[in-house]
Design a protein around this ligand. Structure first.
Ligand code: NAP
Length: 255
């Protein structure tokens, strides 16, 4: 119950799915948590759940693609809890389509959230953490490691997150900041993102069955499967880990 005791964490996209589970688990393990998202009602409910369980949390409205909103979210977190030790760059969006099918407008929309968001968060978190240290955790994907012909923009963004993480980890180590930076690469996790995607394709149950068959372990992941990885990388148990990629995918990329 105290693996991240008294640390201050910010989780972007924390109203739903993996971010919500990560915020809950960080709070359960003793962190004070700022949940940020564009979904206000769900975010406020997630804060209520944490408080009902005896944890500390606040909600901040925050679009990760906007630089001014990053400055505000970090300063609100520091004002509420006195610092920032953990940033989980979790907010992300998905878009299916090959390179031929994807419009420039859709490409730019996705990059603004998945890449600009991680860049801005990392940049401003380093500024806040460089004296005291910290842990930055970036949500990439198995789609940042292997290609999928129908996920051109998503593949590009998550591959970008993977190498941006390594670049930043090396810079922080080189400059003597005690900031560790790592990426997490989930397989398919049963969240609103995946449910909405399958629903848009028509057959939710058949789509789920097809996705399950791609995971050697035989089922999809739960948000908590990723939250366990987040808590580990956030905690001092991972003090020798930086610039690495934690794959949590039921064996998807083992073949
Ligand atoms: P999710 O269920 O869609 O939840 C993500 C949350 O982030 C939603 O509340 C979403 O709001 C919010 N969000 C979207 N754009 C935002 C923005 N510009 N600023 C702030 N918040 C924003 O997603 P998830 O499945 O939990 O995924 C979380 C992360 O893990 C993403 O980076 C995703 O790419 C990655 N990931 C997911 C899976 C998976 O299978 N689920 C696998 C690999 C990697 P809206 O609902 O309004 O968009």
């Amino acid at each position: 119950m105290s693996r991240v005791k008294n640390k201050v964490a910010m989780v972007t996209g924390g109203s739903l799915g993996i971010g919500k589970a990560s915020a809950q688990m960080l709070a359960k393990e003793g962190a004070k948590v700022a949940i940020t998202d564009i979904k206000d009602d769900e975010g406020k409910q997630a804060v209520k759940n944490i408080k009902n369980d005896g944890g500390e949390a606040i909600f901040i409205h925050h679009d990760v693609s906007k630089e001014e909103e990053w400055k505000n979210a970090i300063s609100e977190t520091v004002k509420a809890f006195g610092g920032l030790d953990i940033l989980v760059n979790n907010a992300g969006v998905a878009l299916d389509g090959s390179a031929e099918e994807t419009t420039l407008e859709d490409w730019r929309w996705l990059m603004q959230v998945n890449l600009d968001g991680v860049f801005l968060g990392t940049k401003y978190a380093i500024e806040e953490m460089k004296e005291s240290g910290g842990s930055i955790i970036n949500l990439s994907s198995i789609e940042g490691i292997i290609g999928d012909p129908n996920l051109a923009a998503y593949n590009a963004s998550k591959g970008g997150v993977r190498l941006f993480t390594k670049s930043t980890a090396l810079q922080c180590a080189h400059d003597g900041y005690k900031i560790r930076v790592n990426s997490i690469h989930p397989g398919y996790i049963w969240t609103p993102m995946v449910k909405n995607y399958l629903e848009s394709k028509g057959d939710l149950l058949e789509g789920k069955r097809q996705l399950e068959s791609l995971h050697p372990i035989g089922h999809l992941g739960d948000p908590d499967d990723i939250a366990y990885g987040v808590v580990y990388l956030a905690s001092d148990e991972a003090k020798f880990i930086t610039g690495t990629e934690l794959i949590i995918d039921g064996g998807y990329t083992a073949r």
